[in-house]
Ligand binder design. Structure first.
Ligand SMILES: *[C@@H]1O[C@H](CO)[C@@H](O)[C@H](O)[C@H]1NC(C)=O
Ligand SMILES: *[C@@H]1O[C@H](CO)[C@@H](O)[C@H](O)[C@H]1NC(C)=O
Ligand SMILES: *[C@@H]1O[C@H](CO)[C@@H](O)[C@H](O)[C@H]1NC(C)=O
Ligand SMILES: *[C@@H]1O[C@H](CO)[C@@H](O)[C@H](O)[C@H]1NC(C)=O
Ligand SMILES: *[C@@H]1O[C@H](CO)[C@@H](O)[C@H](O)[C@H]1NC(C)=O
Length: 537
């Protein structure tokens, strides 16, 4: 399944990368995340470092965290603010299946992954949604992050092509089922996949014409479901989506091709149009629906802490630059109406410009920032563009796992194949809070795969991961950050765009050898106990 995990919820693991040697894409994925920590700020930040918990030693780290989780020092459920959402997430393209059922049109992934085993059926959520809502209820969550499949409700992407009643019915039923079971839907309008017909017709988000269709689609959702859906995210990780979608030629993107193909222009064009589409839908919601429906609308981005590789000024600058090139790229227009100055300088003519009207429309177009957090990286200055290994050649920066002093960020989790660094989440939250003035924030994704455990149900490493990040979230709240929700990724084993079904991201394990039976992992049992225990008292 060597395609791209890049998309979504898809964290990348070192091991997999090495195996697949998709170093390029991987780096892009990993790179679409981050934050700068100046050394001077760092010392004043709360020390969440993992050095006391056996750095580099997975087992010691887990034991130590799990002991802490059992202690009275672990922040309990009721210590979170009133109305805090504790949930789990999925996306339509990763679980629904039923690709050719119920009048659904095809999405871009249907073509991309047409050769992949079980892609058209996934875990059959389309058929088994009622059962799945019972699993969610059993998990004790009060919210569920899901996405709507554009081509299920509007098969060719355009109103002219017609609305699919069966698709509308499916989401009406799902939403009602959730609400009847005490679970609030948190809905992403576009989670990476979109109608294939629109891509064929005019290149998808490379053509401004798509904005009108995205607006029509969004309006249909607000009109049809907005009486019950109170949390809307227009897009998921657009900064990752564009890098991924422009690189059709997986693994074939070198500096050379950047100069000889249009890729290094197209990623900027595509993100530009996505931002305009976002702002158009948001404006519509705010002007026509919000006062009556009383919901909120925002956007979800990737995230990670970008920590300078050394204390040298060039590395400190590189970490800041990459921060601007990833999150500043999306958030600066949404808060201030334009791209970061450093991007305008380094990207030059390839970076499109917003009109005056667009700037006005962009500013204030989000009620919240959603972030997806998995892990963090060091950032090292790289002056030679041809040696920039990630996608962001223009940022002149490379990601590193080990810094100049031979240290890593957090501990290596051998069962998940990733570095675990909850401090990076804490620091990113503080960074957003400071930069974007106490904005409302949701942690929309956070989790770790199970790639090297003999029994997928014995996922204690995931319990440790999730608990440590809940702890970091609470620390940030205690320090004044306006976090309003935490969603574990994922509710069920999903089709990962990079890893297929091999990564077992689910709190519910799905057994492909036993009729797609959903079985709660030990982490699911722990999460349920955590979420429901002290509420019962
Ligand atoms: C934490 O408590 C559970 C019982 O609630 C127990 O099974 C587990 O062994 C404990 N873990 C540690 C590390 O103390
Ligand atoms: C965008 O699509 C329209 C058709 O809707 C077409 O006329 C136009 O040439 C396209 N523009 C670009 C830049 O591809
Ligand atoms: C990689 O890109 C170059 C030019 O951009 C092209 O000639 C070559 O066929 C591509 N290779 C693969 C494996 O797609
Ligand atoms: C940049 O790196 C490439 C190899 O990736 C090398 O051929 C070239 O000479 C380097 N340029 C400079 C200015 O160091
Ligand atoms: C939990 O958070 C506190 C700070 O609020 C920190 O001191 C502690 O190290 C954290 N524990 C873990 C296991 O991450």
């Amino acid at each position: 399944m060597e395609k791209m995990e890049i998309l979504s919820s898809l964290r990348i693991t070192k091991t997999v990368l090495a195996i697949l040697s998709l170093v390029l894409l991987s780096n892009i994925r990993v790179q679409a995340q981050g934050i700068l920590l100046l050394p001077s700020e760092k010392s004043s930040q709360r020390d969440l470092s993992t050095s006391q918990i056996g750095e580099g030693d997975t087992t010691n780290a887990h034991d130590s965290i799990l002991k802490f989780v059992n202690s009275s020092n672990f922040p309990n459920r009721v210590s979170f603010p009133r109305g805090f959402l504790f949930g789990a997430g999925t996306s339509a393209a990763q679980i629904e299946g039923g690709s050719h059922e119920g009048g659904r049109g095809l999405g871009i992934f249907d073509e991309l992954f047409s050769g992949e085993d079980k892609f058209a059926t996934k875990i059959e959520h389309y058929k088994r949604y009622k059962e799945d809502v019972q699993h969610l209820k059993n998990l004790g969550v009060n919210s569920y992050r899901m996405s709507i499949c554009w081509n299920r409700v509007i098969p060719d992407g355009t109103l002219k092509g017609g609305i699919n009643k069966e698709g509308i019915n499916f989401y009406n039923n799902l939403i009602n089922e959730l609400l009847n079971n005490g679970i609030e839907p948190f809905v992403t309008i576009l989670h990476l996949d979109y109608p294939l017909a629109l891509q064929k017709k005019f290149g998808g988000f490379l053509n401004h014409s798509i904005v009108k269709h995205f607006k029509d689609y969004s309006e249909l959702l607000f009109k049809t479901f907005g009486d019950r859906v109170k949390h809307w995210a227009t897009l998921n990780e657009p900064e990752v989506q564009v890098v991924y979608e422009s690189v059709d030629n997986v693994g074939n993107w070198s500096m050379e091709s950047c100069q000889t193909t249009k890729v290094c222009t197209e990623i900027y064009t595509e993100l530009h149009i996505l931002l305009i589409a976002h702002a158009t839908a948001s404006k519509l919601y705010k002007s026509k629906f919000q006062a009556i429906q009383k919901g909120e609308i925002g956007i979800t981005i990737s995230s990670e802490s970008y920590v300078p590789y050394s204390s040298k000024l060039e590395d400190v600058d590189a970490a800041q630059r990459l921060t601007d090139f990833t999150w500043g790229w999306v958030l600066e227009p949404l808060f201030h109406g334009d791209y970061p100055q450093i991007m305008r300088k380094l990207v030059g003519k390839r970076l499109p410009k917003f009109t005056k009207n667009e700037k006005e429309m962009l500013k204030g177009s989000i009620d919240f920032i959603g972030i997806n957090y998995y892990s963090s990286h060091y950032v090292r200055h790289e002056p030679n563009r041809t040696k920039v290994t990630g996608g962001y050649f223009d940022a002149l920066a490379n990601l590193e796992d080990i810094n100049a002093e031979g240290k890593t960020l957090g501990y290596w989790d051998q069962y998940g194949g990733t570095y675990v660094y909850p401090e990076g989440l804490y620091n990113f939250l503080l960074y957003l809070n400071k930069k974007y003035k106490n904005s409302k924030i949701y942690i929309n994704e956070n989790g770790i795969p199970s790639i090297k455990i003999p029994n997928p149900l014995n996922d204690e490493h995931r319990t440790a991961f999730i608990a440590a990040h809940i702890n970091a979230t609470k620390s940030a709240i205690d320090d004044g950050v306006n976090v309003r929700g935490y969603f574990a990724w994922a509710a069920f084993d999903t089709f990962d765009f990079y890893d297929g079904y091999s990564h077992n991201m689910g709190l519910y394990h799905v057994d492909f050898n036993d009729c797609l039976k959903r079985v709660p992992t030990n982490t699911a049992k722990w999460y349920k106990k955590y979420l429901t225990h002290d509420l019962d008292q």
